[in-house]
Write a protein that binds this ligand. Sequence first.
Ligand code: H2U
Length: 375
Amino acid sequence: MMELDTASQSENGDSDDATNFDATEHQHIRYNPLSGEWVLVSPHRMKRPWAGQIEVNDENEIPDYDPHNPLCPGNVRANGEITPNYSKTYSFVNDFPALLDTVPSPPKSEDELFQMDHARGTCKVLCFHPKSNVTIALMQVEEIKEVIKQWIREMLELGKKWTWVQIFENRGALMGCSNPHPHCQIWASSYLPNEPRKKDKLLSEFYSRHNKPLLIDYMEKEITKKERLVLENSDWIVVVPFWALWPYETMILPKKQVIRMQDLTASQQENLAIIMKRLCTLYDNLFHCSFPYTMGWHGAPTGEIGLSKDYNYWTFHGIYFPPLLRSASVKKHMVGYELLAQAQRDLTPEQAAERLRGLPNVHYKFPETSLAPEK
Ligand SMILES: O=C1CCN([C@@H]2O[C@H](COP(=O)(O)O)[C@@H](O)[C@H]2O)C(=O)N1
């Protein structure tokens, strides 16, 4: 059993009276085994009056084609290239990349307070669909499958050279997304970024203790407990993680061990497309808006270190970080105590999962949108 640090022992030294504890009433902290951090859960605060900031939800109707949008088929991009008339997905190297393939390395410093290291990589943009006015929730399963196939091609190609290939989608203007056209970004780097580096260490340590991948153990236990389950099909589950930071944060987990996205079978790809569509439909139905989120995928590292050992302690999974809290325009901010001390949430993960489960699975905008038959 893991030694809990001092943060989790009762300050006054009294033995905690677990018999009176109610997770829907009493504050407590929860441990995230994937990051080694804690989140403060304060369910009693859900009763406080809300007099906070209300942002205008100015999401106006988006046309299916905008002659000035470089991500639309046939339009000119910043570098003068013409985006082809693509009919499925289309990816290109970002004209304003955060990472370049060849740059000089910084000098080594003897002073531990001023450490720099080299950073190389490449950044791509992947358009999900030729039309600008669709989202994953509104795309057909077959179209989402095309996105998954392209993600796998990108992982295989970029994973040959780069240590970490981060696929991420910033959906909606609220997420700082500069372009409404359905797309994601892919940043591939020569280094292992902070989040996967922390996760890799903790996943490896768990496997050494239990001889079982952490996320397979976690998936099996969440299927049994059910209270944080949101969706399930024959290959995947969606949960609000026990340690979730964002109000409606979710995780997509495979029912069978799979180490990287490029290892997915045809059935896992099909059922992933189905469950992604269902999850994004629930999200949109929560506040009747095109739900903003950042989402991404984590699998075992790639490149040279990906070939250096057996990553059987890793399990490929998806993570959604949506900011909305109470309405289409009220979002959670990670400020104050959360920046200086630790993350905090009022709505419990169990309450969030219950709300998502209770929503219709037909999209509010297009009630006739039919979902593919469940496997
Ligand atoms: O002509 C263009 C327009 C936008 N882009 C790139 O598309 C990306 C749009 O993604 P975001 O909306 O998530 O920022 C952004 O990173 C921007 O640099 C190009 O590479 N070329």
